[in-house]
Every structure is written in structure tokens, then in C-alpha cells.
Design a protein around this ligand. Structure first.
Ligand code: HEM
Ligand SMILES: *[C@@H]1O[C@H](CO)[C@@H](O)[C@H](O)[C@H]1NC(C)=O
Ligand SMILES: *[C@@H]1O[C@H](CO)[C@@H](O)[C@H](O)[C@H]1NC(C)=O
Length: 317
């Protein structure tokens, strides 16, 4: 008994020491140094989403596009310079990624309330994504904190790592698995498309050329997405783009997925069952989504003395 508790307290001490000195993130990272950091982020996200619902979707997507390119290190926020080829110009982000001004606003408010740059841009992206989902009726979760910001960015890495809407299920599974995310993460996180809008150029081939599509839905989308021109005309990714619900999955079951990469999740393959489950059960979807967001948020963070805490999210210090 005595040796048993000694054994366990040794393990406890050991894990405390490794936690303090290893590369792990912690939900309490800013608790002592700046307790107002998280409430400040939340307030600005809520205000931005109240002004424009879509901003919640855009902020969620920024975190995803950050994490898939060399980890969640705010590389997506860096503007081009003579030495930085901005990820903002990559195929998936160019004329598409948005919300950068909101991140700037959060950063200056947080640095103000914290009396200096102690909160990283990468952590701001992770918290803003969580708060955006919550603001639009989705689940909340505990965000791991302590990521540091990159001093580099790579447009090429963004082109090679951000999935395209024209991919098939096999490629999506492969690309997610390269990030340490499994098939369930792929389906749950694709549920992010319960929020937000997409441009005509991303779903034109689907609504004109594909056969696994509801005919009424195709006609409805064709009305605002012509075969030639209108590349940037917007359509909702699900019928309720400002509300976190299961309708994205319900749509897939009815062959009303907007993107090719959406409908492949329900097209006779291995993910059909999970799509069916999520379409019928918001609690299962919301819970899995939250878990997968935490997992995605933990992709290759910079910690310790790696990277830096940027003063301006758009520039290296
Ligand atoms: C599975 C692979 C994925 C592909 C191929 C994909 C592709 C796309 C495309 C093409 C758009 C429309 C962009 C535009 O037209 O400007 C979009 C929008 C969006 N995506 Fe994804 N996406 C994927 C996964 C995800 C994930 C994992 C999330 C978040 C968890 C996410 C969140 C969003 C959101 C919220 C929007 C709407 C953004 C807005 O309205 O500003 N996507 N996605
Ligand atoms: C995704 O995986 C496929 C292989 O299935 C590969 O050809 C492609 O380059 C990958 N793309 C991205 C963006 O990771
Ligand atoms: C519209 O998008 C298509 C497909 O991405 C592209 O080939 C074409 O050049 C674009 N047209 C314009 C006017 O940007």
C-alpha cells in the first residue's frame, strides 16, 4: 500500500515535471500572466459574428488552414515580404481566406489588456475558432494553449497540404492522415461546412457535371452559378450557414452536398455510416467535432524557445 502510493506520487511528480518542461500545451497557459486574454478574444469574436454571421465561419476556416500547413503556428497570417511567400496567395486561400482584420483587432486588444505581447497569434486563431463555433450555436471545448508563432510561411506548403474541393475520398483520407487525423476526424471536421459559404468556381463542375446530385438542388445552384463567369458568386455550404447544426450531413444523405469533397463522404464508401449517424444526432456530431478540433489544434505546435510571440500577426518581429 505504502509503496503503492509512493509509486503513484512518483509518477505524479514525474508527469508534473514533464508537463512543465516538455513541449505540451496547457489550457491554463495564460491564467497567471494574463487572465483577461481569453474573455477579450471571446468578446471581439462575438461582436464580429453579431455584425456578420459569416465571420464565424471564416475564422473557423483560418484556424484549419493554419494547422494544415506546418502545424498551428499562425503562418497563414504572415503577409508577403522579400523573404516570405505568403500563404494568403496559395490556391486555397487566394481570394477566399478572410477574417484577417478581426484577428488584427483581437491581437491589439489582447496585447493592450495583457500589457504586452504575451498571447501568440496561433493561440488567438485556436480560441477564435472555438468561440466562433460557440457563437453560432455549436459546442464549446477547452482549447490547449501555449503555441508560439512561426517566423516563416510557405505558399508551396500551403498548395501541397490544403485539401482541394475536387478531391476524392481516398485523397482526403490520405491528406488528413498525413496530419495525424483519422477518418472520423475527416468526417467530423468536414462538418465545419455546416457554416459559411463557397464560391461558384469551387462547385461549378459538381452542379453541371456530376450525377450523384439531387436534380432540384443542382438546378437551384445553377441559377446563381453560371457555366461561364460568376466565379465568385456565393452559395451556402448547407441550408443554414449561420447555424451549427446537422443539416450539412442531412444534405449529404439527400445528395445535396455542395462541394465534390463534401458528397464523397456519402457516396457508397466507408464514411456513409458516420454521415448517417451525424445527420441524425447533433449531440454525437457536436461532441466528435469538438474532440477533432482539439486534435487538429494540437498539430505540430511551436513551443519552448521555438518561434516567437509576434507583435503584429502579419509580420515576423
Ligand atoms: C475536407 C477537406 C476540405 C475541403 C476540400 C474544403 C474546401 C472548402 C472550400 C472550397 C470552401 C469554399 C471557399 C471559397 O469558395 O472561398 C470552404 C469553405 C469553408 N470551409 Fe472547408 N474544406 C475542407 C475542410 C474544412 C474543415 C476541416 C473546416 C473546419 C473545421 C472547414 C471549414 C470551412 C468553413 C467554415 C468554410 C466557409 C468559410 C467562409 O464562409 O468564409 N473546411 N472549404
Ligand atoms: C493528397 O493526397 C494525394 C494522394 O492520395 C496526393 O496526391 C495529394 O498531393 C495530396 N494533396 C494534398 C493537398 O495534401
Ligand atoms: C473562373 O474559374 C475557372 C476555374 O477555376 C478558371 O479557369 C477561370 O479562369 C476563372 N475565370 C475568371 C474570369 O477568373
Amino acid at each position: 500500500m505504502a509503496s503503492g502510493s509512493y509509486f503513484f506520487s512518483t509518477i505524479l511528480l514525474f508527469s508534473f515535471v514533464t508537463m512543465a518542461f516538455s513541449d505540451s500545451l496547457s489550457p491554463f497557459y495564460y491564467q497567471r500572466v494574463c487572465p483577461q486574454a481569453l474573455p477579450t478574444i471571446r468578446r471581439i469574436v462575438f461582436n464580429a459574428v453579431r455584425q456578420e454571421c459569416r465571420m464565424g465561419a471564416s475564422l473557423l476556416r483560418l484556424h484549419f488552414h493554419d494547422c494544415f500547413v506546418n502545424g498551428c503556428d499562425a503562418s497563414i497570417l504572415l503577409d508577403s515580404t522579400s523573404t516570405i511567400d505568403s500563404e494568403k496567395n496559395s490556391l486555397a486561400n487566394d481570394n477566399s481566406a478572410r477574417g484577417f482584420e478581426v484577428i488584427d483587432r483581437i491581437k491589439s486588444a489582447v496585447d493592450n489588456v495583457c500589457n504586452g505581447p504575451v498571447v501568440s497569434c496561433a493561440d488567438i486563431l485556436a480560441v477564435a475558432a472555438r468561440d466562433s463555433v460557440f457563437a453560432l450555436g455549436g459546442p464549446s471545448w477547452t482549447v490547449q494553449l501555449g503555441r508560439r508563432d512561426s517566423t516563416t510561411a510557405s505558399r508551396t506548403d500551403a498548395d501541397n497540404n490544403l485539401p482541394s474541393p475536387f478531391m476524392d475520398l481516398r485523397a482526403l483520407i490520405d491528406n488528413f492522415s498525413k496530419q495525424g487525423l483519422d477518418v472520423k476526424d475527416l468526417v467530423a471536421l468536414s462538418g465545419g461546412h455546416t457554416l459559411g459559404l463557397a464560391q461558384c468556381r469551387t462547385f461549378r463542375d459538381r452542379i453541371y457535371k456530376e450525377t450523384n446530385i439531387d436534380q432540384g438542388f443542382a438546378a437551384q445552384r445553377q441559377a446563381t452559378c453560371p457555366q461561364v463567369g460568376g466565379n465568385s458568386t456565393l452559395a451556402p455550404l448547407d441550408p443554414s450557414p449561420a447555424y451549427f447544426d446537422t443539416r450539412y450531413f442531412g444534405n449529404l444523405v439527400m445528395n445535396k452536398g455542395l462541394l465534390h469533397s463534401d458528397q464523397v463522404l456519402f457516396n457508397g464508401g466507408q464514411t456513409d455510416n458516420l454521415v448517417n449517424t451525424y445527420s441524425q444526432n447533433i449531440r454525437v456530431f457536436a461532441n466528435d467535432f469538438a474532440q477533432s478540433m482539439i486534435k487538429m489544434g494540437n498539430i505540430k505546435p511551436l513551443t519552448g524557445n521555438n518561434g516567437q510571440i509576434r507583435v503584429n500577426c502579419r509580420n515576423v518581429n
